[in-house]
Design a protein. Structure first.
Length: 82
């Protein structure tokens, strides 16, 4: 083939099959990657405009500056408000 005997021997030594006890780790990693991928592809869902306005009013922000300061503090935790 394309590789000499020495090179193919090195390749086969580098590859080790997964032990039976480690198969669950591989499957877990695959499932986590699949979940994260589906999560990244999801469309964000926001409250309708009227409901978002009501929510903001209930938070008692007195001005746009208070809203921006609240966001700067990292307090905007709700995923439903854009």
């Amino acid at each position: 083939g394309m590789y000499g005997k020495e090179e193919s021997a090195q390749e086969s030594e580098a590859f080790e099959p997964i032990a039976g006890s480690d198969e669950w780790r591989l499957e877990r990693a695959r499932l986590e990657e699949r979940y994260q991928d589906s999560f990244r592809r999801r469309k964000r869902v926001f409250l309708p405009y009227v409901d978002a306005c009501l929510w903001a009013r209930r938070m008692n922000f007195g001005s746009k500056e208070e809203w921006e300061q609240w966001i700067d503090w990292g307090e905007k935790r709700t995923p439903y408000i854009p």
